[in-house]
Design a protein around this ligand. Structure first.
Ligand code: AHG
Ligand code: MN
Ligand code: MN
Ligand code: MN
Length: 339
């Protein structure tokens, strides 16, 4: 049977009363922007899009303290431009911008807030490894017409939509509007995202973990113990051999887990302790947590359900454990037993 398009899926969701027309069109606009980013990435060196942004020898820095890649800036611009005039948004916030931006007065404003990581895994772009875009949609508070940063500080459990696109051998969009998680693959000839997996379910158990092992000596005690036990394999307390994978693009690592299970972790370590973690709550951890929970998985900071964290800052960072439900529970148990 021919797969249905993203457009048809969204119209069916609208007819079922699960989303309204504004949210449907907002998602279409984001998906279209992701197609544009996909085309830019696909051109690679021929498109002159690789390498650092800024002037030679002096890359521009973002608010995260990271050197920006040309594609970080380009992807941010594509998402900003595409979403400014749609009429469905009140404001936008991004990893690459110091502050959120209300929709300019010249355009019609809507009721939603959009947050995004325009290019995730950008350290991988110059070596032709999968990268992605992550996004999250919140409601704008009723009485607010020109939202400021504070209006974005809503816990992840209030998200109305979250998704990511992975630009790999194929371009895929993984989406939830709170009724399951669905996978779409970009048909490059037609130019449409087509549904290739409906209601994907992350297996509850796994033998695969994803973590940057080079940080091991900087981790907290419960994380050290958790991974020590994984590495002992069959002879150890976990009683099974584990495999490890680390792409260093969160999108690609999470997509593997969506596809075949696993646990992804970016824990607290002594290098990122002062910042609260490495990954950003609002446009990395929360959207991924929503997507994973809707696929039957779990997401935690190690000490709290991710979606219940009350944000205190737009660029706030958190420790992340997400993926197969039983394995995330194991990681949480090590933290609980230690604290
Ligand atoms: P970004 O490229 O959006 O700044 O995010 C990078 C993140 C995430 O994608 C990945 O999981 C992690 O950083 C990689 O960290 P390491 O450099 O420690 O591997
Ligand atoms: Mn970055
Ligand atoms: Mn990222
Ligand atoms: Mn990024």
């Amino acid at each position: 049977m021919k797969p249905i398009s993203l457009t048809r899926y969204l119209i069916e969701e609208q007819h079922a009363g699960r989303i309204n027309a504004d949210l449907r069109l907002l998602i279409e606009v984001v998906a279209r922007a992701c197609k544009t980013i996909s085309i830019a990435i696909g051109k690679g060196a021929l498109g002159g899009v690789l390498g650092d942004a800024g002037s030679p020898g002096a890359a521009s820095m973002n608010i995260q303290g990271e050197a920006q890649k040309k594609l970080d800036v380009l992807s941010n611009d594509i998402l900003l431009e595409a979403n400014a005039w749609g009429g469905h948004l009140a404001g936008l916030a991004s990893e690459e911008m110091d502050h959120s931006q209300p929709i300019p007065d010249a355009f019609q404003r809507g009721n939603y807030l959009l947050l995004f990581d325009p290019l995730d895994g950008s350290s991988n772009i110059d070596v032709n490894i999968s990268v992605g875009t992550i996004f999250s949609v919140l409601r704008c508070p009723d009485d607010v017409t020109a939202p400021g940063d504070e209006h974005f500080l809503q816990p992840g459990n209030t998200q109305v939509c979250a998704g990511y696109t992975t630009y790999g051998p194929s371009t895929m969009l993984v989406l939830t509007v709170g009724h399951g998680t669905h996978v779409f693959t970009l048909d490059r000839e037609i130019g449409s995202f087509m549904m290739t997996r409906r209601d994907v379910q992350v297996p509850a158990e796994t033998k695969e973990f994803a973590v940057n092992m080079s940080n091991q000596r900087f981790w907290e005690a419960p994380m050290q113990r958790y991974v020590d036990d994984l590495l002992q394999g069959k002879q150890g307390p976990r009683g099974k051999d584990f495999n490890m994978r680390w792409v260093a693009s969160m999108v690609a690592d999470v997509h593997r887990i969506i596809t075949r299970g696993g646990i992804f972790s970016y824990p607290l370590d002594s290098k990122c302790r002062d910042k609260g973690g490495k990954l950003r709550l609002m446009y990395e951890a929360n959207p991924m947590a929503f997507i994973i929970e809707q696929a039957g998985g779990a997401a935690s900071t190690g000490r709290q359900r991710m979606l219940d964290v009350q944000p205190t800052g737009l660029h706030q960072r958190v420790p992340v454990f997400l993926g197969s439900r039983d394995e995330v529970e194991q990681a949480v148990r090590y933290h609980r037993e230690h604290d």
